[in-house]
Write a protein that binds this ligand. Structure first.
Ligand code: NAD
Length: 474
């Protein structure tokens, strides 16, 4: 099957050299999608820039209407979209279905938020030099948004860029991950069916070093919205020049288990949070700091919960954990687990591979310097480190360059407040895993986990310029 994967200046186009899209479990060829050249990217950005004034003048209620309709259509096409995600991303069908629900809710929330875009008056006469002046500020669209997205949520993370861009009145050029181009193509078909003007959305497929770099370095782009790895985020900020940049990068998510936590509940939630989507989630449970009084018992329950997960073909409805995105990712995770094992960690379950599937893996006796604790694993591996006090656990959780989301399990309000104050993370989740996200909450990282926040209101704010208006009374 060949698919025209580029959507430029209102028409579907075939593009150049083909990208092979494979089922990540069976390796069957799903489609071939032509990649964009640098010239294709330049045409897409040029056409989006030419259309920007038209979109900026389109009334809010119309922009909101497209977003609402997109939300409805996503639900109409739910099964097909979920099967596409399960095939090309390897995400278990049950979680692919949830991703479609979340994307529908992202567009629905954006439709609401679009209607609330407004400014404020400024009492200019609060200073003597402002006497006789009337002032207010408004939010104006800023122009072309360039969006670059990762493979692990090929629908909802694209939704988190397109929905706020259209709400704010900006045209968008999207370069989705090269592993997952088909979901983006289907979303574009839905956006067009929902009435989004064809020049407001442009799609360029291909590799980061070609299409991605051409996009971020184009001077006609006003803002880059990137979700992906820290290394690529770093490269993008260097190539960007003077542009607004939002970066949603990685994490090595910590979980703190206090001695008063309900261990059965914690173990079950940690098993979901560590292993769904094979741990390929930026806020996947990775570094667990368990109080010494409960760590042995927690480990036993965590292993039971991990072993209860069904591993295999993501298209089967009862599968919990599917394959990783590519064999090299599986091999890297295996090497990191071996490194930890050779340095004294105990593999309580997992630590093995079958095809492209890496089994849910629990490590005990880990040390901070092991790769599985010091870097982002981005795979189905969680390490449990024993701590002698809550203060020690907080310090260990903070001992990272990352700062996206952290979780604490405790019933003790004093511990909750101490955790909230001391954890240097963009989000602190109490009594659930660090992957909790509602799509309208502010979401983003401190330190090396990124710049800025997503979540509709926050993304829209960042996709607008504040324009001040001063009127002198004469
Ligand atoms: P990646 O950084 O390898 O790729 C992400 C995107 O960047 C892809 O579309 C890729 O083609 C593009 N790209 C690569 N090189 C580029 C370049 N030089 N210029 C421009 N674009 C380029 O990430 P991935 O493997 O797809 O995803 C995994 C990473 O994403 C993990 O680190 C994960 O934590 C992070 N992530 C973060 C969030 C978040 O919200 N903070 C969400 C999901 C994933």
């Amino acid at each position: 099957m060949n698919k025209s994967g580029l959507f430029i200046a209102g028409t579907w186009q075939e593009g150049g050299e083909a990208l092979e899209v494979r089922n990540k479990f069976s390796d069957a060829l799903l489609a071939q999608v032509g990649m964009a050249t640098k010239e294709d990217v330049a045409r897409a950005v040029g056409d989006a820039a030419a259309f920007a004034p038209v979109l900026a003048d389109t009334p809010l209620h119309r922009r909101s209407g497209w977003l609402r309709k997109t939300s409805e259509l996503l639900l109409t096409h739910k099964e097909d979209l979920a099967r596409t995600i399960a095939g090309e991303a390897g995400k278990a069908l049950k979680y692919s279905l949830l991703e479609v629900d979340r994307a529908a809710s992202t567009f629905d929330l954006a439709a609401d938020e679009a209607r609330r875009i407004h400014g404020e008056t400024v009492p200019l006469d609060a200073v003597a030099s402002g006497e006789g002046y009337f002032g207010f500020w408004v939010r104006r669209p800023l122009g072309v948004v360039a969006a670059i997205t990762p493979f692990n949520f090929p629908l909802n993370l694209v939704a988190h860029k397109i929905a706020p861009a259209l709400a704010a009145g900006n045209p968008i050029v999207l370069k989705p991950a090269e592993q997952t181009p088909l979901t983006a193509i289907k979303l574009f078909e839905i956006l067009l069916e929902a009435g989004v003007p064809d020049r407001a959305i442009q799609l360029v497929q291909g590799l980061g070093e070609v299409a991605g770099e051409a996009l971020v370095s184009d001077p006609r782009v006003a803002k880059i919205s990137f979700t992906g790895s820290r290394a690529v985020g770093d490269r993008i900020t260097r190539a960007a020049g003077i542009k607004k940049v939002t970066l949603e990068l990685g994490n090595a998510s910590p979980v703190i288990i206090a001695p008063d936590a309900d261990l059965d509940y914690v173990a079950k939630r940690c098993a979901v949070g560590a292993f769904y989507n094979s741990g390929q989630v930026c806020v996947s449970v990775q570094r667990i700091y368990a109080d010494r009084k409960v760590s042995e018992e927690f480990n036993a329950r965590f292993v039971d919960a991990a072993e209860a997960l069904k591993v295999g073909d993501p298209l089967k409805p009862d599968t919990d954990v599917g394959p990783m995105i590519e064999p090299s990712a599986c091999a890297r995770v295996g090497a990191w687990v071996d490194e930890a094992r050779n340095a004294g960690a105990r593999v309580l379950t997992g630590g093995k591979r079958e095809g492209n599937v890496y089994y849910p893996t629990v490590l005990a006796g880990v040390k901070p310097e092991m790769k599985v604790m010091a870097q982002e694993v981005f795979g189905p591996v969680a390490g449990v480190q024993t701590c002698d006090s809550f203060a020690e656990a907080l310090a260990a959780a903070n001992a990272t360059d990352y700062g996206l989301q952290a979780a604490v399990f405790t019933q003790d309000i004093d511990r909750v407040l101490r955790a909230v104050k001391s954890l240097d993370f963009g989000g602190v989740i109490v009594n659930d895993f660090p992957g909790f996200r509602a799509d309208h909450m502010p979401y983003g990282g401190n330190k090396q986990s990124g710049l800025g926040r997503e979540g509709l209101r926050f993304a829209i704010e960042d996709m607008t310029n504040i324009q001040m208006v001063v009127i002198k009374q004469r």
